[in-house]
Design a protein around this ligand. Structure first.
Ligand SMILES: [Zn+2]
Ligand SMILES: [Zn+2]
Length: 790
């Protein structure tokens, strides 16, 4: 019997080939009707004998990039449609509804095949894309996601492209960024240094020539510029480091294939699956033992680091950079570059450069040449950086980041929404100043921005505002409240205060570590009080001291600080964060008292830094004004790293802690002693005896791997003991772990395992980084839940 139904589909259903999919499914079932798009999602009006079949199959066979959140079906009286049509997008309707903006998608295998097929009309065309791949968020100016609302509006379709665009049987049907060499964007190559002369008229081959000869090239990508050079050319890498004034911070690399990466990295099956997934993040992968490496990367790519940030080509243009071998056989002398350094195209500490004029102006002192194109980047998005948290990536839905740990959440992930429990008010969380993000809530979702950067200059603030006005507009959010960090000096705090005043909105301040715990509560839908463990660098505490190793009872209405790591002086404040040996001096004095001086000689500090400098630091540490007290767990890891002599300068945040983690080995259960005391009503975790025992091990010439592992085990154990005692007092079994220190996967895994064996329910950040990037989510969530209850 013929039936008719109106079907509304919500979720990520635009720009992912959903309407052509509906058309094909309807046609295969002999159904008639219409399908259309608007800012609320996809609307289907369907009529015929097998409507029930259609409804059953609709979510099951949906396109790979779609993410259906909700399907609602309303029966209607028969209309008597004669065919099935795809209608133009409709203007927006209701304001409480939302459609999700898709993140950018790497080039798909079908498009790659055409890219490399000399008979195809898009042979070697760097902007090839289809309904399953290509730019999305970075080119979308407004919703609905239609060509006039993207930066592709400047490129009218040629007849051939137009045919494909309008043909429901074509795999480019309604692919908004569709283009070809005749009608679409084009690339341009400009050599700026007289050192290089290029023989090829083809811009991409020209770039290849300069790279092959050791030059540095700015390459316009999807969400901004990269700066590239041959990763195996030591001189080129050293030159790039010098010009970018980037001391030790590792560079990411892009390799032609996983096989190439295997030449210098131990790539696991899970890491491979992640590298090859359509999201194509930078994956931090363990370096191979130097003896096992045949074709080594330049030492300058990731000095003193056990990991290399690796990615695969994700745009057609990247792919062409690596595939000029056959095409250019006559011109190519020597080998093709198979691994490129691909570092963010920016001036130190500024956001990614994305405009052509800006690239030529700002990057001219760094690069020898520029590979440009004329498709504008509307939204800047950096590469995402992740690590595989545990095995089983390929056994789970690849679209869900269940077993990865984010360092930076950006391209391929932003602006995906995070599902919250139930509907709630629209709130803006402004985040913190390091690894800054903001988060908007709407309906039953939170929308965190992509990684914005460290808020320490005007350029970053401008990017923050750009991104805010864009996400606010495309998701149609009107915040009713603004939330910021408790730190009065933060840029983000001052911005929130101004913004709140301008919009006449209530403004709330949320303590840093409470917000960390709030982000975990948001991700896991927790609304009751949890035991929060925030292990972090430093954040502003309610007592004006620098917190960072905190045990909180945290709920929606507020938090209570129950325990902490012992306060230790940071000699000279900021300086000791950059030079961890100073913090180590503080810890040793605290642990060893009168014996400290002997110990400095024994661990090699006296020889390395001189007794005079050590004396000065000890004097400095006694001044409460010049040396703030901190309970930061990150500082403890810094100090231990310095004691082991593996890192005495943090040239980037977390360097010392990462170096320490990379020494850990599996299969060691021993730990050092640890003391729990009561001070001023707080339970205090005191690592004094830990430091003593660790120094004794050092003096016994115990291996650094074993010491580092015992130390990690001790911290995990200390956390577990504290949580146990809190559990006994309160009966709470939900534990939330957050903070930058939990980016340390050895610590996270061991702590989780210990807590779980004690019967606790353990929650951690999975959809957001556990570093300060998650603060905005926690802020927005806490106030959203409070407003719901009010
Ligand atoms: Zn494609
Ligand atoms: Zn065309």
């Amino acid at each position: 019997m013929a039936e008719r139904a109106q079907i509304a589909v919500k979720g990520t259903v635009q720009g992912v080939g959903f309407r052509p999919y509906v058309y094909t499914l309807a046609a295969s079932l002999g159904l008639t009707g219409t399908v259309s798009n608007d800012a609320d999602g996809v609307h289907i009006d369907i009529e015929g004998e097998s409507v029930a079949d259609f409804i059953r199959r609709l979510p099951v066979e949906a396109p790979p990039l779609s993410r259906i959140i909700n399907i609602s079906v309303t029966p209607l009286p028969l209309q008597g449609y004669t065919g099935f049509t795809i209608q133009e997008s409709r203007a927006r309707t209701g304001s409480d509804s939302m459609t999700f903006v898709s993140s950018d998608v790497s080039v798909c295998p079908d498009c790659l095949r055409e890219l490399n097929d000399p008979a195809d009309r898009r042979y070697r065309y760097p902007f090839i894309n289809c309904t399953n791949c290509g730019p999305r968020y970075t080119i979308t100016r407004a919703v609905p996601y239609d060509r006039p609302n993207t930066t592709m509006a400047d490129f009218p379709l040629c007849a051939a492209c137009s045919l494909e665009y309008h043909d429901p049987r074509d795999r480019r049907f309604h692919a908004q960024p569709i283009a070809c060499p005749k009608c679409g964007p084009s690339v341009e190559f400009k050599v700026q240094s007289s050192r290089f002369h290029v023989s090829s008229p083809d811009p991409i081959l020209g770039a290849g020539e300069v790279l092959r000869h050791g030059g540095i090239v700015a390459i316009k990508g999807l969400g901004g510029f990269h700066i590239a050079c041959d990763a195996m050319n030591h001189q080129a890498v050293a030159m790039l480091r010098e010009r970018k004034r980037r001391s030790n911070k590792p560079f990411a690399v892009m390799a032609a294939s996983v096989e190439v990466l295997r030449g210098f990295c131990e790539v696991t099956r899970d890491e491979q699956a992640l590298l090859e997934s359509p999201k194509r993040p930078i994956v931090l992968i363990k370096k191979k033992h130097p003896d096992a490496v045949l074709d080594p990367l330049s030492h300058g790519v990731a000095p003193n680091n056990q990991y290399i940030g690796c990615m695969l080509p994700y745009t057609p243009l990247h792919s062409l950079l690596f595939s000029d071998r056959e095409y250019d056989q006559q011109n190519t002398k020597g080998r093709t570059v198979s691994v490129l350094v691909m570092t963010s195209g920016n001036l130190s500490e500024e956001p990614l450069v994305h405009r052509n004029d800006e690239a030529i102006e700002k990057l001219s002192g760094i690069v020898d040449a520029v590979l440009l194109h004329n498709r504008d980047i509307f939204m800047r998005v950096d590469d995402s950086v992740v690590r595989v948290r545990s095995g089983g990536y390929s056994d789970q839905t690849p679209a869900l980041p269940c077993s990865i740990s984010f360092f930076r959440r950006a391209r391929g992930y932003a602006p995906e929404a995070i599902a919250l429990q139930g509907s709630g008010p629209e709130v803006l969380g402004c985040g913190a100043d390091l690894k800054s993000t903001f988060t908007l809530t709407k309906g039953s979702f939170a929308i965190p921005s992509q990684h914005i950067g460290d808020m320490e200059n005007y350029e970053t603030l401008k990017f923050y505002e750009e991104c805010f006005s864009n996400l606010k507009q495309v998701y149609r959010v009107e915040p009713v409240a603004i939330v910021h960090d408790l730190h009065p000096g933060y840029f983000s705090t001052r911005w929130a205060l101004e913004e709140g005043k301008k919009r006449k909105l209530p403004i709330f301040a949320i303590q840093h570590h409470y917000a960390h715990i709030g982000s975990v509560m948001a991700e896991h839908g927790l609304t009751d009080t949890v035991i929060g463990v925030a292990f972090d660098g430093t954040g502003y505490g309610t007592d004006g001291k620098l917190w960072g190793g905190e045990f909180l009872l945290a709920g929606v209405e507020g938090f209570e600080r129950i325990g902490q790591c012992k306060y230790i002086a940071l000699p000279g404040g900021e300086t000791s964060i950059k030079e961890p040996w100073r913090t180590a001096v503080s810890y040793v004095v605290d642990a060893e008292g009168a014996h400290a001086a002997d110990r400095f000689a024994a661990v090699g500090f006296t020889e390395k830094y001189g007794s005079h400098a050590i004396e000065q630091v000890m004097t400095l540490a006694r001044s409460a004004v010049l040396s703030p007290r901190s309970s930061g767990a990150g500082r403890l890891f810094d100090a231990v790293s310095a004691l082991l002599g593996i890192c005495d300068r943090n040239t980037f945040e977390g360097e010392a802690a990462m170096a320490l983690e990379s020494l850990t080995v599996d299969g060691i259960a021993e730990e050092y002693p640890i003391v729990i005391t009561e001070e001023n009503g707080y339970t205090v975790l005191d690592f004094g005896n830990t430091i003593k025992a660790l120094i004794a091990d050092l003096l016994n010439n115990e291996s650094r791997s074993i010491i580092a592992t015992r130390f990690h085990n001790t911290v995990a154990s200390g956390i577990t003991m504290m949580v146990q005692s809190l559990h006994k007092r309160t009966g709470i079994i939900d534990v939330a772990l957050s903070g930058g220190t939990f980016q340390n996967l050895y610590l996270l895994k061991r702590t989780t395992a210990l807590l779980m064996s004690d019967g606790m329910r353990v929650h951690a950040n999975v959809q957001m980084p556990s570093n300060d990037a998650c603060i905005s989510l926690g802020q927005a969530y806490i106030i959203r839940e409070r407003l719901k209850r009010a």
